[in-house]
Design a binder for this molecule. Structure first.
Ligand SMILES: C[S@@+](CC[C@H](N)C(=O)[O-])C[C@H]1O[C@@H](n2cnc3c(N)ncnc32)[C@H](O)[C@@H]1O
Length: 273
C-alpha cells in the first residue's frame, strides 16, 4: 500500500476500503458542489497539469479534464481508485499516499484536494508534498467542511451523540477534524510551509436528503471517523441517536426534501516563484 503508517492512517485506509461504494452513492451529490470554486482557485484550464490528491471516485479530476486540464488522481484506497477508473475511462488514477507522493519535484501546475485534509494523520506532510510537486508559481487549493455550527449534518450528529451516547469511545487518535475550517489556522500552516497568497473563503453547499434516517445511515456506512463513533455506541443509545437526528433535521424540510446547509471552507495558495 503506502510507506506512511500509524494507527490513525491505517484506520482511515481500512475505513475507505470498506466505505468506497456507499461514499460514491451518498456523498457525491454534496462534495461535487465545491468543485467549481476549487478548480477556479487552482486555475484549471486547457493544458494545465493538475494533481487531484485523495481523489476518491475522481469527481474533481474528471471535472478538470472536462476543462481540458491534464489530470492525475491519487488515492490510497485501491477501492476508490477502481471506482474512479470505472467512471472515467482514459483518465490517470493511481494508488498513492498524500503524505508521500510518488512524483518528481515541480511536476504539476496545480494540486487540489477536495475533503481529504481532515482524513490525514499528518496534514503537514501532505501540504509539504503538494509544495514539492508544484512548480514555482503553481497553485494549491483544498476544501474541508466548515465547523459543525455551520455544516449542520456534523452539528446534528455530534449533538445527538452527546445527548444520548458517548463521545468517549476507543478510536485511534487523529488530528482535529475541524482544524482547517479555521481560516487563520490554514494561513498559519501553509505560510509556515512556504506558501504565499493564502486565502480562505466559504463555499455554500446544500445536502438534499429524503429523511433523517438516510442521514444516519449514510454516516454509518459511507464515512470513517463519524461512522466509527456511531458504530461504537450501544444499540439502545443508537436507537435514541437515530430518533434525535430524525427529529432535528425535520425543520429543514422544504417541499418534501430536507435541505441541510453543509458549507465548505476553501483554502488556496501559491508556491512562490
Ligand atoms: C471524503 S473522501 C473525498 C473524496 C473526493 N476527493 C471527493 O471530492 O469526494 C476522502 C478521500 O481521501 C482518501 N484518503 C484519505 N487519506 C489519504 C491519504 N493519506 N492518501 C491518499 N488518499 C487518502 C480516502 O481514500 C478517500 O477517498
Amino acid at each position: 500500500m503506502t510507506e506512511s503508517s500509524g494507527a490513525f492512517h491505517d484506520f482511515e485506509h481500512a475505513g475507505w476500503q470498506r466505505a468506497s461504494v456507499e461514499y460514491d452513492r451518498c456523498f457525491g451529490e454534496l462534495t461535487t458542489q465545491s468543485i467549481g470554486p476549487l478548480l477556479d482557485a487552482a486555475g484549471a484550464a486547457p493544458g494545465l497539469r493538475l494533481l487531484d490528491v485523495a481523489c476518491g471516485p475522481g469527481y474533481v479530476a474528471a471535472a478538470a479534464a472536462r476543462k481540458g486540464s491534464v489530470v492525475t488522481g491519487v488515492d490510497f484506497s485501491s477501492a476508490m481508485v477502481a471506482i474512479a477508473h470505472d467512471a472515467n475511462a482514459g483518465l490517470d488514477f493511481r494508488e498513492g499516499d498524500a503524505e508521500n507522493l510518488d512524483f518528481p519535484d515541480s511536476s504539476f501546475d496545480a494540486v487540489v484536494m477536495n475533503f481529504g485534509m481532515l482524513h490525514l494523520e499528518r496534514p503537514e506532510n501532505a501540504i509539504a508534498e503538494a509544495f514539492r510537486v508544484l512548480r514555482p508559481g503553481g497553485r494549491y487549493a483544498f476544501t474541508v467542511w466548515d465547523t459543525p455550527e455551520k455544516a449542520l449534518a456534523f452539528g446534528i450528529i455530534l449533538q445527538s451523540i452527546q445527548a444520548h451516547g458517548s463521545m468517549n469511545v476507543p478510536l485511534p487518535e487523529g488530528p482535529p477534524f475541524f482544524r482547517f475550517s479555521d481560516a487563520d489556522e490554514g494561513k498559519r500552516t501553509l505560510t509556515a510551509l512556504g506558501f504565499v497568497n493564502v486565502l480562505s473563503l466559504q463555499v455554500p453547499q446544500t445536502w438534499n436528503l429524503q429523511s433523517g434516517k438516510s442521514l444516519f445511515e449514510t454516516f454509518r456506512a459511507a464515512a470513517v471517523r463519524t461512522a466509527a463513533l456511531l458504530n461504537a455506541q450501544t444499540s439502545a443509545a443508537l436507537n435514541k441517536i437515530q430518533s434525535e437526528i430524525e427529529s432535528r433535521v425535520e425543520i429543514f424540510r422544504i417541499d418534501g426534501v430536507i435541505r441541510l446547509p453543509m458549507p465548505a471552507v476553501l483554502t488556496s495558495a501559491l508556491r512562490p516563484r
